[in-house]
Design a binder for this molecule. Structure first.
Ligand code: NAP
Ligand code: MG
Length: 403
């Protein structure tokens, strides 16, 4: 059988621990037998990041900008324990943070649904994809405690030195706390464009919500920027694609989400997205079944699993013990990237292959073959727990039948 040919390379970002082990097995079993794979390889494993003073991460992000499509393995974000464990020169920054800053991207997370794993809300029959604005608000705040008898003011000095003041609160009767937060018009606009582009890409409706009735300047600016960009740049494209943009108040949004059957993108401000993405992931079943894609406003895509490097399983693996680590989200990162590469380069076979890879994966689980995490959740009457490698072998066998 002739392998599927590629024209442009994928940017391949390798990673750490158990997901690095899975990465190689997955390529060997599910990609290389079928695709004449072209990648530009960047090793983002912690050792290599340390060796290159983290330049490798920046280079990989620049390559993602150049080629437009990347697939990334989970990576360690170092903390004090990791600095010691890996004898690091520095506590290097989160690679995801570095890549996101260079691509100016927005992260979209969506669950993978399979029969036998019912969401806590059984009415959610289609995925809910969360887009989180990953800049500003409470994540870049300034906070103070205030003593009784003090007065807190908001003061802005313009470029000519003129001050504009407004009282926040007069703490006459009690001490208290205050917080200063900000956001940028440019960042909100990038977020809006990434959301509109991804909605078009996925042919899904887009929802957005803030607390604009209470926050008449701050949250209202988010609402206005989204509305203006939609009106000027996306309205017609949405009509042509048969999808809608829907804005509502955040309280109304959460009520509607609960009542919905899923099947849309929910754009969230930073804090809402942080909280809601954990709720959505849990409600749909398992973090190991969450995909994640970073989309930049100028149309670059980086695909990955939402979970981490599964450190606990890796230490078992190092001791030669059997592991049953779920590779589904990593498989979908590959299928997402291959599909996008195929679409951009007009290679129908590659787009088809991505769909078959996803089908073989889902069919394997729905036939009762699954890793331990899903085994605990699945309501299928006949199910079998397999190890990390056996699961990939089972997907391979199904894939080989349909490719
Ligand atoms: P984690 O890797 O997501 O794993 C936490 C736990 O969730 C695991 O111990 C396991 O539970 C379960 N789990 C997660 N993914 C699974 C999978 N594919 N199959 C089966 N079970 C899975 O989080 P962590 O252990 O807290 O973090 C490890 C490292 O990952 C950290 O160094 C962190 O910096 C990094 N991280 C990277 C990314 C990224 O690159 N995007 C994201 C998050 C974290 P059981 O142990 O109960 O089986
Ligand atoms: Mg969170």
């Amino acid at each position: 059988m002739a392998k599927i040919q590629m024209t442009t390379p994928l940017v391949e970002m390798d990673g750490d621990e158990m997901t690095r082990v899975i990465w190689k097995m997955l390529k060997d079993k599910l990609i290389l037998p079928f695709v004449d794979l072209k990648t530009e390889y960047y090793d983002l494993g912690l050792e290599k990041r340390n060796e290159t003073d983290d330049r490798i991460t920046v280079e990989s992000a620049e390559a993602a900008k150049k080629y437009g499509v990347a697939v990334k393995c989970a990576t360690i974000t170092p903390n004090a324990a990791r600095v010691e464990e890996y004898n690091l020169k520095e506590m290097w920054k989160s690679p995801n943070g570095t890549i996101r800053a260079i691509l100016d991207g927005t992260v979209f997370r969506a669950p993978i649904l399979v029969k036998g794993i019912t969401p806590y809300l059984p009415t959610w029959t289609k995925p809910i994809c969360i887009a989180r604005h990953a800049y500003g608000d409470v994540y870049k705040n300034t906070e103070m405690t205030v003593e009784k008898g003090s007065k807190a003011e908001l003061c802005v000095t313009d470029k000519d030195g003129n001050e504009k003041r407004q009282t926040i609160f007069d703490f006459e009767k009690s001490g208290g706390i205050i917080q200063g937060i900000h956001n940028l018009e440019s960042s909100i606009a990038s977020f809006a464009r990434a959301c509109f582009n991804y909605a078009l890409d996925q042919k899904l409706d887009l929802w957005f919500a803030t607390k604009d009735t209470i926050s008449k300047t701050y949250d209202h600016t988010f609402k206005d920027i989204f509305a203006e960009i939609f009106e000027n740049e996306y309205k017609e494209k949405f009509e042509q694609a048969g999808i809608t943009y829907f804005y509502t108040l955040i309280d109304d949004a959460v009520a509607r989400v609960i009542r919905s059957s899923g099947g849309y993108i929910w754009a969230c401000k930073n804090y809402d997205g942080d909280v809601m993405s954990d709720m959505i992931a849990t409600a749909f079943g398992s973090l190991a079944m969450m995909t994640s894609v970073l989309v930049s406003p100028d149309g670059n895509f980086e695909y990955e699993a939402a979970h981490g490097t599964v450190q606990r399983h890796f230490y078992k693996y190092l001791k030669g013990e059997e592991t049953s680590t779920n590779s589904v989200a990593t498989i979908f990162a590959w299928s997402g990237a291959l599909r996008k590469r195929g679409e951009l380069d007009g290679i129908g076979e590659l787009v088809d292959f991505a769909a078959k890879l996803e089908k073989a994966t889902i069919d394997t689980i729905e036939s009762g073959i699954m890793t331990g995490d899903l085994y605990l959740l699945s309501s299928l009457p006949e199910k079998q727990k397999v190890n990390t490698e056996e699961f990939l072998d089972a997907v391979h066998d199904r894939l080989a039948e349909i490719v």
